[in-house]
Design a binder for this molecule. Structure first.
Ligand code: SF4
Ligand code: SF4
Length: 440
């Protein structure tokens, strides 16, 4: 009977592990819907980029105050994981404060540090809730931030506050139990911040206090397991995906628009610079659906924090156009998820593709045509997401497969074909105006 809590704990841990595994596998399938793209170059530069942006949160410090607040939540999350390790081991072994005898004095310092971050996380989360819901920062209230995305952002902040509260109040109850000499409660003394909560529990009977301490302990750890599952369904997946996302991000200058390999090959063959081979013709030029994008573009979509910095900096959006680069990423993720769900229901890929597509059902022509290709969204993104690359691939589909480009573009395309220049005259005539000026 005395092993019951441990058995229950291991059961909870296993259930959480199962759900996390299932969801991670689902996301993996969604990302692998994308085309293969191998990235093996400039490894040390990529590592540095990842450490600076994902680990060091470099771009968040463009606005120092917000950067510091994000850092507190992020560091709190990382550091408190050490405390979670002790809780998990306590849960499995039935011990209490397992690390205390081994760490001696350092143990109290460590718990004090956790408490410092716990308080920092509570204060920061309250400020973020006020920013979102009272001050109503415009980027958190735009068209795509309704229903679930808005609820998700608030839920996670409330979740974090609740977890930190139970951590601090558990420590406060624990300290009182230690002072009463209750068996099982290791003597580690009071802690810097939770001692201020002790008056709330001081008059409670020992049995009630033990009940509260155990309740807070279970709530804290079950909350963390629930949080770990929830993260995989939420925009907070970026906590993990920001690392590979920044590593595999393009290191090319932002203004460089990559050529299409399929077209480059055809042009080279036409100019006699390459030999024709018998490799199959590309299935499609550009992207109509998620399966036409590459896996890095799909990983981008799952890494999006929905922070809206891209949209807040997008000139098309600022001037009232329908385009929002954040929505492009959210739509891509939603379509990829829908695609995998239908695959899991047993539908064939072709059937799924024939029923709906990313372009048309999620992203409209009006949106992608509003893009100025300025790269402001790419520059603004704290985790190196590139909404422009998806917009360009869809535009390529619209131009090269759907033949649905605006008339103004068609004129340019015709001129390029006939005059090798965007204008009606050949490039050799480009400087004729100089002669006219000299004549005058
Ligand atoms: S590249 Fe396009 S989507 Fe990105 S900020 Fe510029 S106009 Fe907006
Ligand atoms: S693409 Fe980047 S900047 Fe835009 S909402 Fe997502 S994380 Fe934020």
């Amino acid at each position: 009977m005395s092993y019951l809590p441990q058995i229950l704990f291991v059961l909870c841990l296993s259930i959480a592990g199962f759900f996390i595994y299932k969801r991670v596998n689902f996301i993996r399938k969604a990302i692998l819907l994308g085309k293969k793209k191998s990235v093996n170059d400039r490894k040390s530069e990529r590592l540095r980029h990842m450490l600076l942006l994902a680990f060091g949160q470099k771009k968040m410090f463009d606005k120092p105050l917000v950067g510091v607040m994000h850092f507190i939540i992020y560091a709190g999350f990382l550091i408190i994981n050490i405390e979670v390790l002790e809780i998990v081991l306590d849960g499995i072994t039935g011990a209490h404060r397992l690390f205390a005898p081994y760490l001696g004095e350092a143990y109290s310092w460590l718990i004090n540090l956790f408490e410092l971050f716990a308080v920092g996380v509570i204060v920061t989360c309250v400020i973020f809730l006020i920013r979102r819901n009272v001050l109503k920062l415009p980027r958190f209230w735009s068209a795509e931030m309704k229903k679930w995305p808005r609820l998700d952002a608030n839920l996670i902040l409330i979740f974090e506050i609740t977890l930190m509260w139970f951590f601090l109040s558990m420590n406060a109850a624990d300290s009182i139990l230690q002072s009463r000499g209750v068996e099982h409660y290791v003597q580690v003394g009071s802690f810097w911040f939770s001692q201020w909560l002790q008056p709330l529990f001081a008059n409670m009977q020992t049995s009630s206090l033990v009940f509260y301490e155990r309740f807070a302990w279970w709530f804290h750890i079950l909350g963390i397991l629930g949080f770990a599952i929830y993260i995989t369904y939420s925009k907070h997946l970026h906590i993990a995906l920001a690392f590979p996302n920044t590593y595999f991000a393009s290191l090319e200058p932002k203004g460089k628009i990559p050529n299409m390999d399929e077209v480059t090959k055809e042009v080279k063959i036409a100019l006699g610079l390459a030999q024709a081979d018998d490799s199959p013709a590309p299935e499609r030029f550009g992207a109509k659906d998620v399966t036409d994008l590459n896996w890095i573009q799909l990983m981008n979509a799952f890494s999006c924090t929905e922070c809206g910095r891209c949209t807040a900096n997008c000139p098309a959006n600022i001037t009232g156009k329908k385009l929002s680069p954040r929505k492009i990423m959210m739509d891509t993720r939603d379509r990829a998820e829908e695609f995998v769900r239908q695959l899991e229901q047993g539908k064939a890929i072709e059937e799924i593709k024939s029923e709906k597509s990313l372009y048309g059902d999620y992203i409209t022509k009006e949106e992608i045509m509003a893009c100025t290709t300025c790269n402001a969204c790419v520059e603004a993104c704290p985790v190196s997401i590139n909404p422009l690359s998806i917009i360009l691939d869809i535009r390529r589909y619209v131009a090269m497969e759907a033949g649905d480009t605006p008339n103004e573009w068609n004129v340019v395309f015709n001129n390029l074909e006939t005059s090798m220049s965007p204008w009606k005259f050949p490039p050799t005539d480009r400087f004729n105006w100089v002669e006219l000026v000299n004549k005058d």
